[in-house]
Design a protein around this ligand. Structure first.
Ligand SMILES: [Zn+2]
Length: 482
């Protein structure tokens, strides 16, 4: 039955086999090594924090995959500002009770031992800090979190954490203990709003342990908290993106970028974030090469590194190619797991909506696509947006992305492998569509700094950019179009 359904699904593409786009869609829906490659990356290479041995192994692994498929591919070096490779975090809660909670440090949390009282500040908003009063000074605040179930929950959590961080600094707290937003003792790692300069100890404690502490504090007892974080730390170092390309036949200087980040956190093995889409990019490149497809424009496959710390690899790419940004027709990021693609975020560029609608027609059987013209901050489209380049981010059904996001549980078994193949076909069609557009179909061009700033204002993006520590660099001119 499954086989019949599969045949029915690919039949429309088989009958149109004369068009390269249909050939590519058929090939991506057929037998390919996309699952096998993903399993290698997750299980053999594993979690791959930028700066780690595993990350270097992932880079070499991906380079070899592109080269074995016959593509022109290379390692693209860039500088990461700081090294922070977590080793362990251990904490004790003492006083009214004594126990060792399950806990991890957020990225770039200061190493060493830090101690203080544990002070409940509700959800870490102004009212919570106010009710705790003077007790916050010199102590650790304990912040309650809502359950995170999807991408909206994620953004809400980042926003609430940013607010708690600002207030903790303002009130002189020694550090912050965030209650995990996931059930069943699940832990995960986030950046702070000052990703690579943070000096405030910030931790994520299991939901159950944090709730226990809160109940005890509510009962009027006091709790002491001590945490020791060990990490390998250091200054700037070199990391690598992996880039591969299929050169355009008519307009080789015009580029379509298809990106997915190869780095991950290492609590889990970076499966839905973002190994599955790394495997997708490799498979699209492989099938295009195998079919001898050469689109009009160049398609560049970019496996970005240093994404989790603040999209450093893609930022560096925009700096390296600054004089060619106006030749970058579109840059796509796929970074929201393996749930069904429901369409694309067009990131404040309304002109892209009808074009995306049009290029998705060959895959109409694979989804009911709706484009959303809202700007996404938080992945590798960001620096293209900051350069005024037309950019897209894939939008997916939540599947199990939110609950496993950056967590111990983000492993191979959570990936929807069947959907990953359908998503590959959708992205393959989109890439072919953009690479083969006629000149008069390209109704957008690179925006000026003023136009980009206007877009940010129209979408009220300042707070979101502050959440990820990228507002100041834009305003100061360190990052983005001059
Ligand atoms: Zn990601």
């Amino acid at each position: 039955m499954i086989r019949i359904l599969f045949l029915l699904l690919i039949l429309p593409f088989l009958t149109l086999a004369q068009s390269p786009t249909s050939q590519l869609i058929g090939a991506l829906l057929g037998e390919t090594p996309v699952e096998e490659n993903l399993q290698e990356l997750c299980d053999q290479v594993g979690g791959r924090v930028t700066g780690s041995k595993a990350n270097e192994k992932a880079v070499d692994w991906a380079l070899k995959k592109f080269q074995d498929a016959g593509l022109k591919a290379w390692k693209d070096p860039f500088e990461m500002p700081v090294l922070w490779l977590p080793e362990s975090t251990q904490a004790t809660v003492s006083g009214a009770v004594n126990f060792t909670p399950n806990i991890v440090a957020k990225y770039y949390s200061p190493v060493g031992t830090h101690k203080g009282k544990l002070i409940a500040v509700g959800k870490g908003d102004a009212a919570g800090f106010e009710s705790a009063g003077e007790a916050v000074k010199g102590n650790f605040v304990l912040v309650e979190n809502d359950l995170c179930l999807d991408i909206n929950g994620l953004f809400a959590e980042y926003a609430a954490a940013t607010q708690a961080e600002m207030l903790a600094r303002k009130h002189g707290a020694k550090g912050i203990v965030f209650m995990s937003s996931r059930p069943k003792a699940l832990l995960y790692r986030f950046i702070t709003s000052q990703p690579t300069t943070n000096d405030l100890p910030q931790l994520v404690m299991s939901r159950e342990d944090a709730a226990r502490c809160m109940r005890i504090l509510q009962g009027g007892d006091e709790l002491e908290f001590s945490v020791t974080t060990k990490a390998q730390t250091g200054g700037a170092f070199t990391s690598h993106n992996v880039i591969a390309e299929i050169t355009g036949s008519e307009k080789p200087e015009e580029v379509i970028v298809l990106g997915a980040h190869i780095d991950s956190w290492a609590l889990g093995t970076g499966a839905n974030d973002n190994g599955c889409n790394v495997s997708m990019m490799i498979d699209i490149a492989r099938q295009m090469k195998k079919l001898g497809i050469q689109p009009k424009r160049t398609i560049r496959f970019a496996l970005w590194n240093g994404e989790e710390q603040g999209y450093f690899g893609s930022w560096d790419y925009t700096k390296d190619h600054i004089d060619e940004m106006d030749k970058h027709i579109m840059a796509l990021s796929i970074d929201i797991g393996s749930g069904a693609l429901t369409g694309f975020f067009t990131n404040g560029r309304a002109e892209l909506v009808p074009v995306v609608d049009e290029v998705l027609k060959p895959v109409a059987a694979l989804g009911d696509f709706t484009q959303i013209n809202a700007p996404i901050v938080g992945t590798d489209n960001f620096d293209f947006m900051l350069q005024g380049v037309g950019n897209l981010v894939g939008n997916h059904l939540p599947q199990v992305y939110g609950i496993n996001y950056h967590a111990t549980s983000d492993t191979y078994d959570k990936v929807d492998l069947k959907q990953l193949k359908r998503n590959s076909a959708i992205v393959g069609a989109l890439a072919m569509g953009f690479a083969n557009l006629t000149d008069d179909q390209i109704t957008w061009k690179q925006q000026s700094r003023e136009e980009i700033q206007k877009m940010f204002e129209a979408f009220d993006l300042e707070f979101t950019m502050r959440m990820f520590g990228v507002w100041e660099p834009w305003i100061s001119g360190d990052r983005g179009r001059k």
